[in-house]
Design a protein around this ligand. Sequence first.
Ligand code: AMP
Length: 210
Amino acid sequence: MRLVLVGPPGAGKGTQAQFLAVHFSIPHIATGDIFRSNLKAGTPLGLQAKAFMDSGELVPDSVTNEMVKDRLNQSDVAAGFLLDGFPRNVLQAEVLRANLAQKQTPLTAVLELSIKNSEIIARLSSRRTCRECGLPSAGDGKCLHCGGALYQREDDKAEVVARRLKVYEEQTAPIISFYRSEGLLIIVSAIGSVEEITQRAILALDPGSH
Ligand code: AMP
């Protein structure tokens, strides 16, 4: 299974990606996570990405495409993959298509998590992220997954959220038509409990599984 997960910030892509990757036994490749771990480790890639991430803009395509290409050349990808947060614009989608065509491993499906803007703003402004495991948790207490300390991502602050949504609408939403015309698009509602959404996604991707 070679999957792309698309949806606006706050749709729950990261959370769903974790569960879907386990269900289908494929690596979860999240470009935002790769950038954040490079930032934390102070690598040149992290330093290059920092200003763009802090302001809610996209990291330049040349940097991002190269990073994803390298990741897709690693051996664990032979089992398939789940891309989360990539592609984020039509150029990235075209580069990905060309790269996969060259390896004769085209995408199996593109799953869109669909949600209204009003719901996103409410979710993101209350989202906290764990410093230890990187997973999102609600509230101000400890991480629900590992008990680590929570913090608010710089780019979950109100002004940056507004910018990220605008970037999504202007640059990322066009990839939905791109994938629809390729016959790859599957749309699932991102409203409901985490478990409900995961089940919906699994059923949509693999109708024979139930
Ligand atoms: P995310 O965790 O997916 O919301 O990504 C956090 C930030 O990382 C984004 O706001 C961008 O600055 C950067 N980023 C992640 N994925 C991409 C991508 N495919 N293209 C460009 N920038 C990205």
